[in-house]
Design a protein around this ligand. Structure first.
Ligand code: SF4
Length: 412
């Protein structure tokens, strides 16, 4: 539906909505991962999950919004068949009003063969790897072509590094060669908007190896590159095993970030958010909603929503979710928390925040409340501002945690 059709039918301007769909299955668990994802080897459990998801979509559908982004995240959404993705999209179209030019992103991992898995997985976790099958029995190109046909128009591929030994150390299942094959299969199937993920600060990585990875990623020609530093999360195997590895320290990680930014700019990508780079007009429309505090609805186990002025948290308990108990917590966000989030998230982006929007949302004059602190930091060369907007510049991005902590009075 177009915006004009929506206004004709509803007699009002539309509010836009992003929808996030969580697919919590992975083939194996990466050593650093603390996301809500479960190792899945059975088609039956995935089908049962899709059925529960369809029920949640039906229960939470609304025609009051115009859906302009849909994001399948995980986990590994590409473990679902294109038919299952298609059924989810049809249910969304039936129960919501979906824009004609909706951005539909699907996260996927590089696709690999059974033989590749046996050779590439570096550690035993009780899985019989011979059970692991290629995700797309009819071929990777066929899978991507079907995704295009059902309306998926953006892919986000978790590659992480171009160095196979680094991929092994963090427990990724693929090699860089397989990642490249996946990327070009997607291209040949008609995907013109592809994002890839790169990680820095990973065990044994050096400035030189990171630069090799980055140059390889750039040469793929992806429209969008997300670049994150590895976080050692308590409870993950990598956290427990960290003493065994040489992990780049904070100073090296800071220099890595600096180097990444300058290489990405040299390659013509705009640095539109602290961890995200895009070619012209290829910013992630869905993720931009999070940074602007726009409304989104999260569906699926462990998904979060910011919807109707409330923060909704779905249960992380798969059994409960399958039985139809979806939303576990409902929190009303207070004004001061909203204000904190608005500044915290907005200042992560290169366009920063608008002072007039701040006044409109919170009834507070930004300069009166934060002007003194900002002035000091501006003198140190961390901000740019004009009459209305204020944003961190590249120097500011490098020390963003310190700056945000100073402005917003928190320890980091
Ligand atoms: S593929 Fe992603 S979600 Fe799955 S285990 Fe690895 S990091 Fe976690």
């Amino acid at each position: 539906m177009t915006m004009i059709d929506f206004i004709k039918n509803n007699d009002k301007s539309p509010s836009f909505l992003g929808i996030y769909i969580h697919i919590p299955f992975c083939r194996t668990k990466c050593l650093y991962c603390d996301f809500c994802s479960f190792v899945s080897r059975s088609d039956g459990e995935r089908e049962e999950y899709v059925s529960a998801l369809l029920k949640e979509i039906e229960a939470r559908g609304t025609k009051e919004y115009l859906v302009d982004t849909i994001y399948f995240g995980g986990g590994t959404p590409s473990l679902l068949s294109s038919k299952q993705i298609g059924r989810i999209l049809s249910a969304l179209r039936e129960n919501f009003v979906v824009c004609e030019d909706v951005e539909i992103t699907l996260e996927c991992n590089p696709m690999i063969s059974k033989r590749d898995v046996e050779e590439a997985v570096p550690y035993g976790d009780g899985l019989d790897l011979r059970d692991v099958e290629d995700v797309a029995p009819y071929g990777v190109e066929g899978y991507f072509a079907q995704l295009r046909r059902i309306g998926v128009n953006r892919l986000s591929i978790g590659i992480q590094s171009a160095i196979d030994s680094e991929l092994k150390l963090i427990g990724r299942r693929h090699t860089f060669e397989e990642a490249k094959r996946t990327f070009f299969a997607a291209r040949e199937s008609g995907f013109e908007n592809i994002s890839v993920d790169l990680m820095f600060g990973i065990p044994s990585q050096t400035m030189e190896s990171l630069e090799i990875s980055l140059r390889q990623f750039i040469s793929l020609g992806a429209e969008h590159i997300s670049i994150y530093s590895l976080q050692l999360e308590e409870g993950t195997p990598l956290y427990r095993l960290q003493d065994r590895y040489i992990i780049p320290d904070d100073d090296v990680v800071a220099s890595m970030y600096e180097n990444v930014v300058s290489l990405m700019k040299e390659a013509g990508y705009s640095h539109y958010e602290i961890s995200n780079f895009a070619k012209e007009d290829r910013e992630s429309r869905h993720n931009s909603k999070y940074w602007r505090l726009d409304e989104y609805l999260g569906l699926g186990v462990a998904a979060h929503s910011d919807f109707g002025g409330k923060r909704l948290e779905n249960t992380k308990d798969m059994a409960k979710y399958l039985s139809g108990e979806c939303v576990e917590n409902e929190l009303v966000i207070g004004e001061s928390e909203r204000e904190f989030e608005f500044l915290m998230l907005g200042l992560r982006t290169s366009e920063g925040i608008s002072k007039s929007e701040f006044l409109h949302r919170f009834g507070i004059d930004f300069d009166v409340k934060y002007g003194e602190k900002v002035k000091k930091l501006e003198k140190m060369g961390y901000f740019w501002q004009n009459d209305d907007r204020i944003a961190l510049n590249e120097r500011g991005f490098e020390v963003s945690n310190m700056i945000l902590a100073q402005i917003l009075d928190f320890d980091y």
